[in-house]
Design a protein around this ligand. Structure first.
Ligand code: BGC
Length: 699
């Protein structure tokens, strides 16, 4: 594979989109795809994974590091940057095969080329080479560590010091709660009359890594050499692509978009850590507080399981390790068991605020119920844990805390149930389902069914545990005393209210949904008085209508596939799709998967492309009320992969073996990819004529 994403020409308004589009990352950090001479005004950022801080009453968010790769050249005092110095051509590019960000600008007074990467070989390292040639005038170069960084709810660092040590320039930034971010760089400038080449190798360590991050960062640059690091970096990318690349014969656009999506997922995979998950906006900045949502388990995990199992493990491990946060959150609301964080930060702390949207007209915070009522998050955690266990057959996570997660999750749903006096039926009241525009609804089909699935799964898996791992079972029983609850799991799952398909096959999204105003998405959009207005909540334009934000019933039909008849999927798809705004990037792929289940690959195709190209195309929603929500969309990328693998190739695992049921979109001659399963690597290939192969090779 040799694939480069390019954008030629320059316009100021594309800066934010390009920052996302050209992101380079390695799981530890993400460098936004901004030009090396850019700073906070252009949203330049080096976003760090897993490190969070809060200032005053602002939102607690992930930290951005000072930027050691800042460089600005000037000729005759004029800054070499588009928009300041006239230029004849400008190109920004991302080599997704090698993880290299490049720019090339032919200015009136010089030619500027630079290349930047954050090492896939050593997660602490990042490098830049910037070459100014054909200089016509007196040149100077300002290369430094830019500590004036972009932050949404900063400033996070209350103490920043810098110094030099044997050719290494360092900055140590500290928060008032003791976090340290150390950034060291070694830069050299080679110059003659017509050219200057600035080369910089830099290292970042934080207090999450070790006791003395500054010493570690300085030491990391001991033998740093740009070319050697570049070779190790591109070799690491080559090894990743060896398994991850997908091929689509007959559709170069889809092939490019899907591989580009996989580039993002590979870039942000927590490969370096044993217990870390992926934020909803990847490592593209502090949007969504750098927090982890259900996006990881429901949309990204499938890709990681298939090609990066150790990253999948780190994500699942993260949930096991954050169980205490979930127990604390449940207790806070008066529930029992594990109520996982809607916006999870370290330790399972829920960063989601009670006022998570700001009203565009009044500037006032709007009460939202994402944190307290998206009960389905706990089911997503269990779904992810079981997906991992069933795919890998690795029992170690279950044994090392996973069984406890199961029991505590079932316990949570037990404590959530409500029983009307005199009725046998249990209900879940006041929920927020995936469709966040309708808040505090009773018996949301998705929530109830995922809760039922969790209760049944816990009952089944914990019963098996008693036979297969009696000592672990006894220890868990002693720790949390769950055994007497086991019969209740089953009883609760049998009595929990089911939103059954009606005569027309339709499943009502929640009690009373069918009584809401039935208008089109366009009509609702037409009622907006400001394009940034929030559609949900008490006064949102969609709240009193049947228009929904994202796949809800359809997400349920996909997640619990096999339980519903094909005609149910068809009826609900045809009903809900036109009523869906697709206001979340998580939506289109769920409909695409459902369309494939209905053997309608051509209906799936545009929805698949929308997901696969989310960050390539750019645009998308940037605002929820007055809150900036831009960034990359890894869940859409993961959803596109799921559509490819389970939808178009029709992969199912039967008795541990891959079985394909191809339904390729029109124009696709063949499609292929590799997956790791049961200790082997399989090359899967499906052709338009329906033929398919799964060739097995040792890992
Ligand atoms: C969606 C959620 C999603 C979150 C983060 C929201 O807009 O409604 O389902 O988890 O974004 O991607």
């Amino acid at each position: 594979m040799d694939r480069v994403i390019r954008r030629t020409g320059w316009d100021k308004d594309s800066t934010t989109d390009n920052g996302n589009r050209f992101l380079t990352a390695n799981g530890y950090m993400g460098i936004r795809g901004t030009l090396p001479e850019y700073g906070r005004n252009e949203l330049a950022a080096i976003n760090l994974a897993g490190l969070y801080h809060k200032v005053g009453n602002g939102w607690r968010e992930s930290l951005n590091a000072p930027n050691p790769l800042y460089v600005l050249h000037r000729v005759d005092g004029v800054a070499c940057t588009p928009g300041v110095m006239p230029y004849a051509s400008h190109e920004q590019a991302l080599d997704i095969t090698r993880g290299l960000h490049t720019r090339s600008t032919v200015f009136d007074l010089c030619v500027l080329r630079d290349e930047r990467f954050c090492s896939m070989d050593n997660p602490h390292l990042l490098c830049l080479r910037s070459e100014l040639t054909g200089i016509r005038g007196a040149a100077d170069t300002d290369a430094r560590t830019d500590s004036d960084i972009w932050e949404i709810y900063g400033p996070h660092y209350n103490h920043v010091e810098s110094g030099a040590d044997k050719g290494v320039i360092w900055v140590l930034a500290q928060t008032d709660t003791g976090q340290q971010v150390a950034v060291a760089r070694r830069g050299t400038l080679a110059e003659d009359a017509e050219s200057r080449v600035y080369t910089c190798c830099a290292a970042i360590y934080t207090s999450l890594d070790c006791q003395n991050p500054l010493a570690a960062a300085i030491r990391a640059l001991d033998d740093a050499d740009y070319d050697i690091l570049r070779r190790a970096h591109t070799a690491a990318w080559a090894a990743l692509w060896q398994c991850a690349e997908v091929s689509i014969d007959g559709d170069p656009f889809a092939e490019e978009a899907l591989n580009y999506s996989l580039y993002h997922l590979l870039s942000i995979a927590p490969r370096h850590a044993a217990s870390l998950s992926v934020p909803a906006r990847g490592l593209s900045g502090q949007t969504y507080k750098g927090a982890v949502f259900w996006d990881t388990e429901m949309f990204m995990l499938d890709f990681y399981l298939a090609v990066q199992p150790q990253a999948a493990r780190a994500c699942v491990r993260y949930r096991i390790d954050t169980l205490q946060g979930a127990l604390d959150k449940a207790a806070e609301y008066g529930y029992r068991g594990a109520f996982y964080a809607w916006e999870s930060q370290e330790g399972g702390f829920d960063a989601c605020s009670d006022y998570n949207v700001t009203d565009v007209f009044t500037g006032r915070p709007v009460r939202t119920y994402f944190r307290d009522r998206q009960y389905h998050i706990t089911a997503a955690v269990v779904y992810g844990l079981m997906k991992y266990t069933r795919w890998t057959k690795d029992m170690s996570l279950l044994l090392d805390g996973g069984y406890e997660v199961l029991a505590q999750s079932a316990r949570f749903y037990l404590s959530l149930l409500w029983q009307k006096p005199g009725s046998r039926t249990y209900q879940i009241l006041g929920a927020v389902g995936p469709d966040e525009y309708h808040e505090k609804v009773d018996n949301n089909a998705y929530t109830n069914e995922m809760a039922r699935w969790t209760l049944l799964t816990a009952a089944e898996v914990l019963a098996e545990m008693k036979g297969s791992h009696p000592a672990a079972y006894a220890a868990l029983e002693q720790k949390i005393g769950f055994e007497r609850e086991l019969p209740l799991y089953k009883r609760a799952s049998a009595r929990l209210k089911e939103k059954k398909p009606g005569k027309d096959g339709l499943i009502e999204q929640f009690d009373g949904y069918f009584a809401l105003e039935d208008v089109s998405v366009d009509t609702v959009r037409g009622r907006l008085m400001d394009p940034r207005e929030y559609w949900g909540g008490a006064n949102g334009v969609a709240a009193h209508t049947r228009v929904i934000k994202q796949a809800d019933v359809i997400a349920m039909l996909y997640m619990l596939r096999g339980r519903y008849a094909g005609k149910t999927t068809r009826a609900n798809y045809d009903y809900y799709e036109p009523r869906t705004e697709h206001g979340s990037s998580l939506s289109a792929c769920m409909y695409a998967l459902a369309a494939c289940m209905m053997e309608r690959p051509d209906a799936a195709y545009p929805l698949f492309m929308k997901s696969a190209a989310a960050d390539l195309a750019g645009g998308g929603k940037q605002w929820a009320g007055l809150v900036y929500i831009g960034g990359t969309h890894p869940a859409a990328a993961g959803g596109a992969y799921m559509t490819f693998l389970y939808g178009f190739l029709g992969l199912e695992i039967r008795q541990g073996l891959p079985v394909l049921h191809p339904r390729l979109p029109e124009g696709w001659k063949s499609a292929s990819c590799k997956i790791q399963l049961g200790g082997f690597e399989y090359t899967l290939k499906a052709k338009a004529d329906g033929s398919r192969t799964a060739i097995k090779a040792p890992l």
